[in-house]
Design a protein. Structure first.
Length: 661
C-alpha cells in the first residue's frame, strides 16, 4: 500500500521513535534500580503466572467502581489485541498483505468489535474525567502535592486519551475506506457500516483517505512512543511487573538491619526507597482509589496515599536523566510528596494496599519516611514519647509497672507458665487487656471461656511484654527490635502449640513479623479459637436474639484475611447479624492503628472513629461487636457522647455472657 519513499520514511521514523522510547524506558529502569535492594525474586514462575492471571482477568480493577472498571476493561482488552492488529496493519502497509477472508475472518471480527469497544471505553472515561469530573480526580486543599501535579495530570490524561482515540479511530476509518472500495465484510460490521456512508466518494478520495488514516493509526504510535515513559500510560507495562513482585502478604514490613551503624534508616529521599517502592510510583494508574478508601482522607485530613505516589512520579520525571545516571535527588520527600500532618495521619489500616488495582503499597512509603524521621532525626509527635518510654522501661505503652500485668485476673483461676511451663494453648493477653480497665473485661471473659471449655492453657503473666506493634508503625524500629527479640526468646522457651490473642495487633505481629526474629508460631485470634470450640461442642451457650453488627478490625481483616470466624461466633450464639455498607475487606478503620491511639488525631472534618461509629449505629443494631480492644476503645469514645448509643462489647464478652454450665 505504501510507496517506496513512504516505506523508507516509515522505517526511519520507526527507528527514531524506538531509539527515543528505548532511551526513556532505559532511564526509568535505571531510576528504579537506584532504589535499595529488596528480595522479591523468589518463586519467579509462580509470580509471573499470578501477575498474568490478575492482569488478564482484571480482577483487581473490578474490586470497586464497576462501570468505570468495565470501560477500562474495554480499553485494556482492546489494546492487548491491538498488539496483533498493529503488526498486521504494518505488514499490510509495508508488504501488501491483504488480511481478509478465510483464515482472517475471526481475526477481523474480534479486531472490529474491540475497536468499537475501545472507542466506547476511552470516550466514556474522558467524558467522566472532563465533563462529569467527580471528586475522584481532586484533592482537598490540605493535601501536599508536587507543584506540577494539578496541571500535569489533566494534560497528560488529555494526551493519552487523544492518542488512543486518534490511533484507534484512524484504524477504524482506514478499514472503512478500504471496505468502501471493495465490498462490505460481515466479519467487520462496524467498519462496514461506516463504509456504507462513504461509498459515494470518488475512488481517488477513498484511496487517499485509506492511506491517510493508515498513517494516522501507525504514525500516531511512532509519535507517542517517546512520550510513553513519561505518561500515565506506562502503567500498562509497569502494572503487571508490579503485580509480579508483590508480596505473598501485601503490606508486610521488611525488617531493618540495625547492626549497620553507618546505614541510613528509612527514607528521606527518593533513592532511600526500595526499588519496589520506586516501581510503585511508575505503576500507579492515578485512579485515586486508595485516596477514596483512606480513612484519614475521608475524614478531611491532609493525607492522600495517591498524592504521595503521584508526587514521587512527577519528581522522578523532572529529574529522570540525572537521577538515572546516579546523581543525588535534589530535595527530600517531605518537600514535595507529603508533610508532617500527612505523615502522621496514617492509621496503617492497609485500605490503600487492598484496593490498589496494580499492587502498590502506599502505606509502606509512609512507614519508610516515619522510620527516617524517628531513627535518623528523632522527630515524631511528642505524645508518642510517653508510649515509647513506657514500652522501653515498663514493657507496655501505658508505662504501668510490669508487676501489675496480671491484676486483670484477680479472683479468677488463671494458670501461669511459671506453674505450667508447657501449656497446649498460651493466651497472649496483650497490653490493652492487661492494663486498660475496660479492656480487662475482655481478658476476664476469655479466661472464663477457656476454663469452661476445659482448655489446657496458661498466660505468661509478668514475663509478657508489648509486642512492639505501635513502636514499629510509628517508625521506632529500634524499640520494636528490642521487644521482639525479648518476646521471641520467652516464647521459644515456652514453645506453646497454639498462641491465642484477643488483640489483632498482637496477632499480626506474633504470627507474621516475629518470623524474622526466629519466632515461628501457630497464632489464632480469639474469634477463630472460640469458633473452633463452638464447632467442637466444647462450649454451651444460651442463645441471644438481639441484632448485632460486627466491626471488622483492620489488622484482623485486611492484614490477615480473617472475616468469617467472628461472624460464625456471633451466629453461633444466636445473634441476628447486620452488615454495614463497608465491611470485610472494605471495612472502615476505627482510627487507632498506626500508633494513632497514643497521639492526638490530626485535624479534619471529623474523627475517623466518628465516621465509623455513625455507620455502625446506622444499621440499627443493638450491639456493636468488636474483636479488638483498641477498636472497642475508639467506639466507646463515640458512645460516651451519644445518649441513644448501642452497647459496645467484644466477642469474648458476648460469648461469656451466654455461657451455660
Amino acid at each position: 500500500m505504501l510507496t517506496l519513499p513512504e516505506k523508507i520514511l516509515f522505517v526511519l521514523l520507526l527507528a527514531a521513535s524506538l531509539y527515543y522510547a528505548y532511551t526513556g524506558f532505559r532511564r526509568v529502569y535505571l531510576a528504579i534500580r537506584r532504589g535499595r535492594p529488596e528480595d522479591r525474586f523468589d518463586r519467579l514462575p509462580q509470580r509471573i503466572g499470578r501477575a498474568l492471571w490478575l492482569t488478564l482477568t482484571q480482577r483487581t480493577v473490578f474490586k470497586r467502581r464497576p462501570l468505570v472498571s468495565l470501560l477500562h476493561a474495554f480499553v485494556f482488552y482492546g489494546f492487548v489485541y491491538y498488539l496483533l492488529v498493529n503488526l498486521v496493519d504494518l505488514l499490510e502497509g509495508l508488504f501488501g498483505l491483504h488480511a481478509r477472508g478465510g483464515f482472517w475472518n475471526p481475526y477481523n471480527l474480534i479486531a472490529d468489535l474491540l475497536t468499537a469497544l475501545i472507542l466506547v471505553g476511552i470516550l466514556g472515561l474522558m467524558l467522566r474525567r472532563y465533563v462529569v469530573a467527580p471528586r475522584d480526580f481532586t484533592w482537598n486543599s490540605k493535601v501536599p502535592l508536587h507543584e506540577k501535579v494539578r496541571q500535569g495530570i489533566p494534560r497528560d490524561s488529555a494526551i493519552v486519551g487523544a492518542f488512543i482515540t486518534f490511533h484507534v479511530g484512524s484504524r477504524l476509518l482506514s478499514k472503512a475506506f478500504q471496505l468502501a472500495q471493495e465490498e462490505p465484510d460481515p466479519f467487520q460490521p462496524v467498519a462496514s457500516a461506516l463504509a456504507g456512508a462513504l461509498s459515494g466518494l470518488s475512488p481517488q478520495a477513498l484511496t487517499f483517505f485509506e492511506h491517510f488514516f493508515w498513517w494516522g493509526a501507525l504514525g500516531s504510535i511512532l509519535l507517542f512512543l517517546p512520550y510513553f515513559p513519561r505518561s500515565k500510560h506506562i502503567h500498562l507495562m509497569m502494572a503487571p511487573i508490579n503485580l509480579a513482585f508483590g508480596k505473598e502478604k501485601p503490606g508486610a514490613l521488611v525488617p531493618l538491619d540495625l547492626e549497620k551503624e553507618e546505614e541510613k534508616f528509612g527514607a528521606e529521599k527518593l533513592e532511600d526507597l526500595s526499588w519496589k517502592r520506586l516501581l510503585d510510583a511508575y505503576a500507579c494508574i492515578m485512579c485515586n482509589r486508595c485516596q477514596e478508601a483512606c480513612p484519614a482522607y475521608t475524614t478531611g485530613k491532609a493525607l492522600s496515599p495517591a498524592a504521595i505516589l503521584i508526587s514521587e512520579r512527577y519528581e522522578l520525571n523532572e529529574i529522570l536523566p540525572e537521577f538515572a545516571s546516579g546523581k543525588e535527588s535534589p530535595r527530600p520527600l517531605m518537600e514535595f510528596a507529603l508533610n508532617e500532618e500527612a505523615l502522621w495521619a496514617c492509621t496503617t489500616c492497609m485500605a490503600c494496599v487492598e484496593v490498589c488495582p496494580v499492587g502498590n503499597e502506599p502505606m509502606l512509603h509512609i512507614l519508610d519516611v516515619r522510620r527516617a524521621k524517628v531513627l535518623m532525626e528523632g522527630e515524631f509527635p511528642q505524645e508518642l514519647n510517653n508510649a515509647f518510654r513506657g514500652m522501653e522501661r515498663a514493657g507496655n505503652p501505658w508505662g504501668i509497672s510490669q508487676a501489675k500485668r496480671l491484676d486483670w485476673a484477680e479472683g479468677l483461676p488463671v494458670p501461669k507458665v511459671a506453674e505450667k511451663p508447657h501449656p497446649e494453648v498460651l493466651y497472649w493477653v496483650g497490653c490493652a487487656a492487661s492494663y486498660d480497665p475496660r479492656a480487662q473485661r475482655i481478658a476476664r471473659s476469655m479466661a472464663q471461656i477457656l476454663n469452661a471449655a476445659g482448655v489446657d492453657w496458661a498466660v505468661l503473666g509478668t514475663e509478657e511484654k508489648c509486642t512492639g506493634d505501635a513502636a514499629r508503625r510509628a517508625g521506632n524500629e529500634y524499640l520494636f527490635f528490642q521487644l521482639a527479640t525479648e518476646n521471641v526468646e520467652t516464647l521459644n522457651r515456652v514453645a506453646p502449640k497454639t498462641i491465642v490473642t484477643t488483640c489483632p495487633h498482637c496477632f499480626h505481629t506474633l504470627a507474621n513479623e516475629y518470623k524474622d526474629f526466629g519466632g515461628n508460631y501457630r497464632v489464632v485470634h480469639h474469634s477463630e479459637f472460640i469458633a473452633e470450640l463452638l464447632q467442637e461442642g466444647r462450649l454451651k451457650v444460651s442463645e441471644e436474639t438481639r441484632k448485632v453488627v460486627f466491626h471488622d478490625p483492620c489488622y484482623l481483616g485486611r492484614h490477615n484475611g480473617v472475616y468469617e470466624a467472628p461472624r460464625e461466633v456471633l451466629k453461633g450464639v444466636g445473634f441476628k447479624l447486620a452488615e454495614p455498607e463497608r465491611s470485610r475487606e472494605k471495612s472502615f478503620c476505627c482510627g487507632a492503628g498506626g500508633a494513632q491511639f497514643w497521639k492526638e488525631e490530626e485535624p479534619g472534618a471529623m474523627r475517623v472513629s466518628q465516621n465509623r461509629y455513625l455507620e455502625l449505629k446506622g444499621t440499627g443494631a443493638e450491639v456493636i461487636a468488636t474483636g479488638c480492644p483498641f477498636c472497642m476503645a475508639m467506639m466507646n469514645v463515640e458512645v460516651a457522647q451519644d445518649q441513644e448509643a448501642p452497647e459496645v462489647l467484644d466477642i469474648a464478652e458476648l460469648v461469656a455472657r451466654g455461657l451455660r454450665a
